[in-house]
Design a protein around this ligand. Structure first.
Ligand code: ADP
Length: 418
């Protein structure tokens, strides 16, 4: 998949997800408003009926139905301006609320129109005590009362909270799944690109020695080559060198298969770390000399229990990189130091090479990753060296950190438990 196609797909998915969230929000808000309106309507009908029934108790005929007003989001008043006994009102309300399927706790309030004040409130319930006529010093038989009900705000909003919690959870879950899917697609794409790079490099690295060997063998097959011992010797050496190069490449590739299986069994033995570092750098000594480079090791020899073969290969990979990623205009300088620190053996390898950007340091230990600018035509690699170094360090229960600055150099610090 092309980068632009992927970007378009991700952008369209983001827009769709955002629209979905907005529609869901709008829909949820409308639904809640509708539910509130329905509830208010049911309460008004129940109160109108209760007011009517109350009037019937005290009067033989009723001329008009008394208005019910909603005075706030949770309180309603019925303007009967009549006798209002709370016990009777509560009984009537219970019947009407049950008929209208209103199942929330409520408070009854009695309002005196004459004194313009609330003269009585109590929780409405079937177990409510009978109210004596003179309680609160109120005479319920005076016909200047209105009555009302008050619902608890929390009870009214309880359903809303639940609804919002469910909606937000569902939307969050969809968003998390979406982000996860996108990150997997991006990772998969990066892996794909890295694998393609790897195959390209590998083809180049294997094809070159094979064609040189084939060319050399053709020369050696010529019958008159026997009369030119110098030529024969030169071509035999070319074949040998190319064969060695091929062997090195194949070994590297085998390394990948080896640790992809995650079946590494360490062969732990005691050896000196400086000795191991010297062995690791020895194949590069000639190259270092030929480019006027220098290297030095400081610190005392220290015995360690580890897998000597893998440690040597780890150091080789780092030295190989120091040479590959050197600056062309400055003589290479590799500094190696060994020190004991906090129960760890600390091996520091610094170079004065091209260095890396900070944001690349998080990726260089990933398998097949190559710093894009490091992919100069003369610097070939498979992007597996450092992933091997990290894996082996961790296998030895150690840690690896890297510091690097562009054009200044890089320092790899490997800490291995003693
Ligand atoms: P390879 O060298 O085959 O590309 P590595 O896993 O060894 O793979 O390294 C990953 C990347 O880290 C390299 O592509 C290179 O850009 C960068 N790198 C590694 N070591 C150094 C170094 N000493 N100096 C600068 N860049 C480095």
């Amino acid at each position: 998949m092309k980068n632009t196609t992927l970007k378009i797909i991700i952008s369209l998915s983001c827009v769709s997800l955002l629209s979905l969230i907005l529609v869901q929000y709008n829909w949820a808000e409308n639904l809640i408003n509708l539910q509130k309106k329905q509830f208010n309507h049911k309460v008004k009908i129940a109160l109108t009926n209760a007011g009517y029934q109350l009037k019937l108790i005290h009067h033989e005929s009723i001329k008009s139905i008394h208005p019910v007003s909603q005075i706030s989001s949770n309180s309603f008043i019925v303007e009967i301006q009549d006798i209002a006994n709370p016990t009777i009102i509560d009984s009537l309300l219970q019947i009407e609320f049950k008929a209208s399927q209103i199942d929330l706790p409520y408070k009854i309030a009695i309002y005196d129109c004459f004194t313009d004040s609330v003269v009585y409130t109590r929780s409405g319930s079937s177990k409510a005590e009978k109210v004596p006529a003179n309680q609160y010093g109120v005479d319920w038989d005076i016909n200047t009362y209105n009555f009302g009900v008050i619902f608890n705000d929390d009870d009214l909003n309880n359903n809303d909270y639940l609804f919002w919690v469910i909606s937000i959870s569902v939307v969050s879950l969809i968003t998390i799944i979406f982000i996860y899917a996108v990150s997997i697609i991006i990772k998969q794409k990066q892996l794909d690109e890295m694998k393609n790079d790897f195959i390209n490099n590998m083809t180049h690295e294997l094809k070159t020695p094979i064609s040189t060997i084939s060319l050399g063998s053709d020369v050696l097959c010529e019958p008159e080559i026997i009369n030119h011992p110098e030529r024969l010797n030169r071509y035999a050496h070319i074949i040998k060198d190319e064969n060695n190069r091929l062997k090195k490449q194949v070994e590297r590739v085998l390394q990948i298969a080896f640790y992809e299986d995650d079946k590494i069994i360490l062969n732990i033995e005691e050896f000196g770390i400086i000795d191991c570092l010297n062995k690791a750098i020895s194949p590069y000594l000639e190259t270092i000399k030929s480019i006027n480079g220098r290297f030095n090791i400081t610190g005392n020899e220290c015995l360690i229990n580890a897998d000597e073969y893998h440690l040597r290969h780890m150091f080789s990979n780092i030295f190989d990189n120091c040479i590959k990623y050197r600056k062309n205009d400055v003589p290479l300088e590799i500094k190696i130091s060994v020190a004991k620190n906090d129960g760890f053996l600390e091996i520091k390898i610094s170079d004065n090479g091209i260095g890396m950007h900070q944001d690349q340091l998080n990726h260089i230990f990933k398998k097949f990753y190559r710093v894009p600018t490091g992919d100069r035509h003369d610097v070939k690699g498979f992007g597996i060296g450092l992933s091997y170094v990290k894996l082996m360090t961790e296998k030895h229960k150690g840690k690896i950190v890297v510091e690097s600055s562009i054009n200044i150099g890089s320092t790899f610090v490997i800490k291995l438990p003693i």
